[in-house]
Write a protein that binds this ligand. Structure first.
Ligand code: GLY
Length: 575
């Protein structure tokens, strides 16, 4: 009798708990469209992280330049007005779609110097030396941006290069006013600038920077003039190259004249997947962005996201499960495909995806330890920048570009006026040891001379019924891919406008650490409870990413959505 009663009680309790879980899964509130739109325009749209860069891009479009002219102009403008991430001392990726529907991808990611080797950040015991891949001269990869812009210019530009780059030279030479955000950042990194540089960079000063202060980048203006007059040789050869190598020698860095002279940007075949009838075009390795995004979208087709709603227990649970698996694949299989055979086709095969998601259930979280083990820190830095541009003909460009951390390795090239990246930290400096974003890697992403480090940057363009539909991307380190993914779902599955999709709060998970991070306000307390019941650990943080995106509405109008809620400086400008 007692046994029967206990069994009955256990059954009853189980019934109550699962019923309660089910209710919690259904009780959560979802974000719905109030049709709040961003900036609307018919002829062209430029969305960047800085108002002056958006103005430069718009002016190029208005004077008859195409989206590629505007993109090159914006990249150089960001190097002047947004030195924490905009750059000529870093690298990035471009995905494009021309007015005729041709698409492609350009890889101008930094490379490991020829003198680099797989153990260069390890001590004699084989342990990573703290901060060596993050700060100082040895953290810098060979910059790719100027070669990337040159390749884009040679293939697509319609205006003379001098007209495209001149606005940036003028900004650097004649000065411009700091925004509050940029002034704060310059103040915040004064100690690093002083400690890491062997000379005193001109950005170091006694009194604090204030919003509205005029700032001049005179040395950078001269470097940009050399690029204007000599093309990419103005950077990779001659005076600029000499200044970089002199800086390297002074700080025990290893980038050589040979590294610079031999750097080339690469045209690549984009990753293309179909998502609920949309053609999604994104970045192939050396970025993991397109492949991971492709896996997430293909996996999502097996779930009824439209009925789940935005940021509900069900949607967050399934997104987390998909992300867990895709990031585990990233760690194992992804790296520079010029050096490592990345199994692109296999990772996107229908049967592979189906098998990979076959153990996802709606009633519990899978432990990441079951998928694979590892030990990681936390995500610390989100310093990259993205811009999206469409011209009146319908040419579309998505570029994500970076120095990696704020102001890269914090080394400013003496006499040349620009910061160098610390992209070497994106390599797997030791198998299983996390980088600053908590990402782990293996052989696929080990350091080798001339190899590109794996990125998460995800510049993406989407077509619907053969026509341009969306241009999207964001900074955010490892959160880039999941942020782009959610914005796509927000528009395609949940019917949000571009602006609403950008503004909506985001979550992120990446296999390891085995937890969900969520922007404050993303999850209500009921949803947090329900997710914890399923076995998820949740950590709330202030912000994730800063999407800059464009949607083409049914009538052909462009909706530009700048992420003003996370950065007041972001700006969409159309005409
Ligand atoms: N440095 C960040 C990334 O490339 O993903």
């Amino acid at each position: 009798m007692l046994t029967f009663n206990r069994g009955l009680i256990i059954f009853f309790l189980f019934f109550l708990i699962s019923n309660c879980q089910q209710q919690q899964m259904e009780d959560t509130t979802s974000v719905e469209s109030g049709k709040n739109e961003g900036v609307l325009a018919k002829n062209g749209m430029v969305v960047t992280a800085h108002p002056l860069a958006s103005q430069v891009g718009l002016a190029i479009l208005k004077k008859g330049g195409n989206a590629f002219d505007a993109a090159i102009a914006v990249q150089y403008a960001l190097a002047v007005v947004l030195p924490k991430a905009g750059n000529i001392g870093g690298g990035g990726f471009m995905v494009y779609r021309t007015k005729d529907g041709e698409n492609g991808a350009l890889d101008f990611r930094e490379k490991a110097p020829l003198k680099g080797d797989r153990d260069m950040y390890l001590d004699k015991k084989g342990e990573p030396i703290k901060n060596l891949s993050l700060k100082g001269h040895l953290a810098a990869g060979v910059p790719g941006t100027v070669a990337g812009m040159d390749a884009a210019f040679q293939k697509f530009a319609s205006l003379p290069f001098s007209e495209i780059i001149q606005p940036s030279i003028d900004l650097a030479q004649n000065g411009f006013e700091l925004t509050e955000y940029e002034a704060d950042l310059l103040n915040r990194f004064q100690e690093d600038f002083k400690a890491i540089n062997l000379h005193t960079p001109y950005l170091v000063r006694e009194e604090e920077y204030q919003e509205g202060d005029s700032i001049y980048h005179t040395d950078l203006a001269k470097t940009l003039e050399r690029i204007r007059d000599n093309g990419k040789d103005g950077f990779y050869k001659g005076e600029t190259a000499d200044l970089i190598v002199k800086e390297m020698k002074a700080g025990k860095g290893i980038i050589s004249l040979e590294d610079l002279a031999s750097y080339e940007a690469k045209w690549r075949k984009p990753i293309i997947v179909n998502y609920r009838g949309h053609k999604v075009i994104s970045m192939p390795p050396s970025s993991s962005g397109g492949l991971v995004l492709g896996q997430l979208l293909k996996g999502s087709e097996y779930f009824d996201f439209p009925s789940f709603g935005v940021n509900t227990t069900k949607s967050i649970h399934v997104m987390t499960e998909l992300q867990r698996r895709a990031y585990a694949d990233r760690a194992e299989h992804m790296g520079d495909m010029d050096f490592y055979e990345v199994p692109i086709d296999m990772l996107l095969e229908d049967s592979y995806i189906k098998n990979r998601i076959s153990d996802i259930t709606m009633d519990s979280a899978t432990s990441s330890q079951v998928i694979k083990s590892g030990k990681v820190n936390t995500i610390e830095s989100f310093q990259t920048t993205h811009f999206s541009i469409v011209d009146k003909e319908g040419n579309a460009v998505a570029i994500t570009t970076t120095l990696n951390s704020y102001f890269g390795c914090k080394v400013m090239v003496d006499g040349a006026g620009f910061f160098l990246n610390n992209e070497m930290d994106d390599f797997s400096i030791k198998p299983g040891v996390p980088n600053q974003f908590g990402l782990v890697g293996a052989e696929a992403n080990a350091i080798a001379p001339g190899k590109r480090m794996l990125s998460a940057m995800t510049p993406t363009i989407i077509e619907k019924e053969g026509k341009l539909f969306m241009v999207v991307g964001t900074p955010g380190g490892s959160t880039i891919i999941t942020n782009v993914y959610q914005v796509i779902l927000n528009v395609i599955d949940h019917g949000l406008t571009m602006q609403e999709a950008v503004d909506a709060k985001k979550m992120h998970s990446q296999w390891l650490p085995d937890r969900i991070i969520a922007e404050k306000g993303c999850l209500d307390s009921l949803t947090i409870d329900a997710l914890q019941h399923l076995g998820h650990e949740i950590k709330e943080i202030n912000t994730i990413g800063r999407i800059e995106a464009i949607l083409v509405k049914e009538d052909g109008t462009y909706e530009g959505a700048a992420d003003k809620t996370r950065s007041g400086d972001a700006m969409a400008l159309g005409y």
